[in-house]
Design a binder for this molecule. Sequence first.
Ligand SMILES: [Zn+2]
Length: 462
Amino acid sequence: MSLKLRLTVRPERRLRLHYVPEQGVLPIRRPRTVLAVLLVVWVALLLLPSRPISFPFQAVSFQTVSGPISPIPELPQPWPQSVAVDAARAVSARFTSGSTLDATLRGAGVSGSNLTSMLTVLSDAVDVRRIRPGQEYQLYFDATDELIGFRYQISRQTAWFVARDDGNWAALQVAIPIQSRIAFVSAEIVDSLHRALAAHAPTNGSVNDLVIKVGDIYGWDVDFQYDLRYGDRLDLVVEERFVEDKFIGYGEILSAEFRVNGLVLPVVRFRDPDGIGSYFTPDGASLRRAFLRSPVKHSRISSRFSMRRVHPVTGIARAHRGVDYVADPGTPVQATADGVVAEARYGAEPGRFVRLRHGGSYTSVYMHLSRIENGIAPGTEVKQGAILGYVGKTGNATGYHLHYGLEQGGRYVDPLRLQFPAAAPVPTNHWGRFVAQRDEVIEALRTGQANSAAAVAGAGGL
Ligand SMILES: [Zn+2]
């Protein structure tokens, strides 16, 4: 009997920000031991109390913690607003293809000298040939059904008003302000973070955005593929952005608490005096590490660090002193830590590659690049996250991937197994500022949690 076992190996709790299935497959040396372990795991699973899993995720709580944090600004000039307010009747529609502006407005009941003067002013202000099907417009009429205003939405944040002002028509471009408010989101994990947050987010794109933001914050401490358990909970205080009451996306996560894998991980966002935001624990420790988990986002690992493997091109067994990330050609490759460029050139084996020297006797190397970023040359100083080049398959490579290697004290080490030291904590000279911001966003988090618990209790859920 032949047994085909694919073991997905989880090296240890650490650091990845990929939501794609892990591909790590190891040859099995001792099948009997493995079978015994699997049997024990299977029996243990049978003994666990059964957990009902319901789809879609139901226990949703979502409420606004406080009013708008930036008050809704008035439009800068009063007259277009007064036109909208004074109108007896307003028509809102979108331009359609196959019709002219003139015909569209006539079809909407506008005619005569009013239409002519309005169009003259409008075409002086706006290139009417650039009006596109699907763009929105509004027409405002007074009590005698005369046109008094026309509004044309150019983009989400820009509109033109053409309005009658003391008998004369005038045009005005209006910038529509973004409003933001803070909201509390509480998501219980059923099967994935994405699905849990999808229950709250107004649009698909905003779910992905929120998942990436959460990943950026917690990616160093939580392995999103292996650590999440049924019943884990993520609470967030997050900015929501609106244009004219229409949700346009999330802003920053201001504070969060992740109950995951038996841990409670609260974080707060701190904006330093230069306006740069980063995440810290409430006692000021950084959530960042000196090294990024991975030099490429949205990639998957195709080959791990090992002291011995068969090379796909040469067929010769030899060590693989790094980690291969498969990614689309042209995906940016980032410096995993602050450092100085030691080499940036072409080599027969590594193809185009960049080698960085870091503090603490670390060196990192990035191979098979399609292109090295402009300005990356020996001696260049780079910050963590800086773009060094782009994923390619130059040199000895079978497909598009990045080979990432890390040396410590001249010896290659497995970057996936290293526990990197944390980045610097909140600097002492910013401590007062940090405490003030922290207390505010933590209070918003606690208020949201309390309201949410009360709502559940009120609904008979407790
Ligand atoms: Zn490799």
